[in-house]
Design a protein around this ligand. Sequence first.
Ligand SMILES: [Zn+2]
Length: 649
Amino acid sequence: MLLRVVVLLALVPVVATAQDPAVLDVVGRGAEGRVAYDGGGRLRFEDATLGAQVVHYDGDGELLLPLAIAYEVLEPAPIVLTSSMGTEYWYLYHFDDATLSALYTRESLDLSDPGMHIAMPQDLRAWFGVNYGPLPARGLVGIRGRSYFLISPAEGGPWIDITDAPSWFDRGEVGRPLTFTLADLSSYTVQVAEVQSTWEAGGPLRMEVTVTDAQGDSFPVVNAPLQLSAGEWELPLKTEWSPLNEPTGWMQATLPDELPDEIKLSGAVMLMTLRGPEQCRMTGTIARGEGLVGSAEMQVARRGYELPRNADGAIRETRWIWAAPTDMDSAEKIDRMVERCREAGFNAIVPDIFLRNTFMAKSPLIPATAGTWAEFDPLGYLIERAHAAGIEVHPWFCVTYRDQAFRAWFEQTYGRNVDVIGADGTPAGEPADAHREEYRDFVVELMVGVARDYDVDGIHHDYIRVMEDCYCADCRAEFQAQFGVPLTEATPEQWTAWHRQPIGEIVRRTAEGVREVKPGAILSAAVFASLPGGARQGQDPAEWARRGWVDLVIPMDYAMQSLRVRANERQFLDALDDDDTLVTGLSLYQRTGTEVNSRPPELLREQIEVVRSLGIHGYCLFAYPHLSDEQLAVLRDEVNAEPAVPFYR
Ligand SMILES: [Zn+2]
């Protein structure tokens, strides 16, 4: 059977109409081998509120959380959306130490009844899971997004499937009211800790309210229903937010045009204690001139940064973009892509040249493609055009992501079956078995060959992981010989150790081969944004970088929540010996329900700001098919207005 070069549709975004981000059309994912749920159900999320600004927490992992979710069932179905001790949780961001915890609640969104509803956690119980994040410290925290919901029958019974939360949960206006303080409320006091104002007519006045808890620590309190008044004038205090929707710890109001001699404070702080909800009434007066500061001090503190420059004064920043096979299957498409990338200020294109059964270059190892690309060599032409525009090219290989057609061709050509076999003895999905030496030889030689035969600037690994656990006869025998136990009894640690061997070997041998044929080429790898998740699949990016097998580690950090991106990147900065090896993979697309479309350019700008403020020397955007004209304009005119050379050059 000849290798057939197939036209790829998977990476092409479906051009979607803009959909209300708060609407969820319940569509299942087919979790854990189930038939994907498609029995209908449609709801719109209206509001999410918290009934307390301070919640009792003494570190044992449990809370009483007065969370209320208002929703309208638009199209009923006999199901409920709920959660259990699994992967369905809230992301809880801790503002002091920038960690993300997994917060579980067990509310039930009933879709069997049309109209407006309010869901609250069962018995108001909430608790933290330690598999997806640490237990938080006390202090200011905020719910910042939601993973999945379980779909269960309304009449009760086991869950049917899972569905993704809509992007509404990632919105700043949804997360801000869900910001609160964790404190040990066995005993406590609440007080105004500080007042600041420039005392100019129409100028700002702000106030820091703190709770001092049973352990003697004080933490800021925000979102409290407090107001200022003087005579007729009355105004609520509003929480002050950073550009990333982080609380600064202050609440503020605008002074009236005629400054009163005295301003009254009224309202209450709501607390959820061990004994139930409590209210702490706040009263007091602020005399004119109290807490006087200059306007500079009133500014929200911003962490400044300066991008590094080389001896010639040029900015050093790695600005990459991934491109799909369909972006490069004709000269016209390549010309247009290179022109748009030049305009956007990218300094490298990372084209996917090997995905499933599609190979976009020439290699003696896959002779069939030589005929396909007899007239036109996509990789060769892209390199020629990109280099003419001053843009590097780093061919991208999906290392294990093959398909049945490829595996059949491989078996016929190389005499080796490389199917990944599931626990039930049948082939498990698309990947080739990385545990087979013949496959590793093939894919390493293919990558080294491209580095040798083309004027590339680097080689990029993706799907550099096993994808699926393999239980083929060879894997079982080799595992048993090495670990002394059957593969079916492998512990999580043994799975990690087992998968890291073949994946690490591919990374090492590719580096050795490429460095021999093309000194100066940059080796890079796209990896899971979660280090434990990647480890289970054989990834070990910190070790690969330490050993010099990769020059750049690129976590695929596609979260909508910029604070989540920051928490993930902090993990990588902690794990890597050399922070300069980190390049952040950011997404250009978003999912709304089942639709995929381009993200608003403001979100792209915000996330590149996060990368820069962390001192990370570059980003790689996923992916060119999603690069909208609006995103391009923001990159060209603002974010990348000044050109840059890649940091590593
Ligand atoms: Zn196997």
